[in-house]
Design a protein around this ligand. Structure first.
Ligand SMILES: [Zn+2]
Length: 101
């Protein structure tokens, strides 16, 4: 398969498309990120996140996220395999699209 030559996807397992669908289905296509107050994001999830960055592709280490939360987490990791285990929101994010009326 062509994508096996891609460095961008080198860390993803061959069955990633299946795993990804399975995680989204398990989580009800709802973003599983929690804000600092413990409130579930709840926005429609389109992305699957590794809770602990790395090569652990088990279902327990995967969760559905919305694009917004995934972007927050990715930017906070700064491209390194930092030991961040969850989305860190230092303060409430009133601008989150799911929270707007
Ligand atoms: Zn979210």
């Amino acid at each position: 398969m062509a994508w096996q030559n891609s460095t961008r996807r080198a860390r993803l397992p061959r069955n990633w498309p299946l795993l990804r669908r399975r995680v989204l289905h398990r989580d009800g296509y709802v973003c599983q990120a929690r804000f600092s107050e413990g409130q579930l994001c709840g926005a429609p999830a389109t992305d699957v996140d590794h809770i602990e960055a790395g090569d652990n592709h088990s279902m327990a280490n995967l969760r559905a996220l919305c694009a917004w939360c995934h972007k927050q987490k990715s930017s906070s990791e700064g491209g390194t395999a930092a030991a961040l285990t969850r989305v860190r929101t230092e303060r409430p994010k009133p601008t989150h699209p799911a929270l707007e009326d």
